[in-house]
Design a binder for this molecule. Structure first.
Ligand SMILES: O=C1O[C@H](COP(=O)(O)O)[C@@H](O)[C@H](O)[C@H]1O
Length: 234
């Protein structure tokens, strides 16, 4: 059994989103005040939409905030499955429109060819990342660390020192580019943002299991390098 992270439980999604948005905004502004710049890594998927909207309205020095993604589907930026599109439409709005965003997808035809360029594009980001917000799939994946991916690719994502890795999920659409475990853990604070009973069950299962290849979220939960706070609501 692994050590439980800080677990914050909310009766409803709106209460979670309000508190998490406040906390992230405070941490980003503190980082700007302390070091002149801040960095934020966000996930795609359906869970963070309202959080993005709330964050986008926060009065912080967005000019000094660098934003990127934890993972991306290798699709054009106007594709409905693009995480970049999601972030542009929901987070890089309102006051946050002046943040400095760098997506993970580039002009190469696959993430295998494009991953070096993506890594280079992120070299100017303030590191360690100040805040990382992760989601989790019902299969226990986070970022694009899919349990259904080729075993070698998943192992590479979880053990490589490279910041970015390419992954093709076995049973989800699109090849992906993802930050590696090393990249994600090179941060000051990680939030795992999950909603619903099914994800709570998956989280509990991840705490009880002991194999990161079956439940890749464990790679984040079972470590002592970086603080992880879990924000869950029904
Ligand atoms: O495929 C992905 O799914 C996870 C979880 O998505 P959700 O819709 O259940 O919130 C997400 O964290 C990840 O970034 C995304 O690429």
């Amino acid at each position: 059994m692994i050590k439980e992270s800080v677990f914050k439980s909310f009766d409803n999604k709106a209460a979670l989103e309000t508190q998490l948005a406040d906390r992230i905004a405070n941490q980003l502004q503190e980082a700007v005040d302390a070091r002149g710049k801040a960095s934020l890594v966000v996930s795609g998927g359906s869970t963070p939409l309202k959080l993005f909207e709330l964050l986008s309205k926060k009065a912080i020095d967005w000019n000094d905030v660098y934003i990127t993604l934890a993972d991306e589907r290798w699709v054009d930026n106007d594709h409905s499955d693009s995480n970049e599109r999601l972030v542009r439409n929901n987070l890089l709005q309102n006051r946050a429109a002046s943040a400095k965003f760098c997506g993970l997808k580039n002009m190469y035809s696959s993430p295998y060819e494009g991953q070096i360029m993506t890594t280079e594009q992120l070299t100017h980001f303030p590191k360690p990342f100040d805040v990382v917000v992760l989601g989790m799939g019902n299969d226990g994946h986070t970022c694009s660390w899919f349990p259904c991916a080729d075993a070698k690719e998943l192992e590479h994502a979880l053990t490589s020192d490279d910041l970015c890795v390419a992954v093709t999920p076995g049973n989800a659409p699109h090849a992906r580019i993802s930050l590696s475990k090393a990249g994600i853990l090179a941060s000051r604070q990680i939030y795992l943002h999950i909603v619903g009973e099914q994800k709570l069950d998956v989280y509990r299962q991840a705490l009880a299991d002991n194999d990161s290849s079956e439940m890749p979220i464990r790679a984040v939960l079972d470590q002592h390098k970086t603080p992880v706070d879990v924000y869950w609501s029904a």
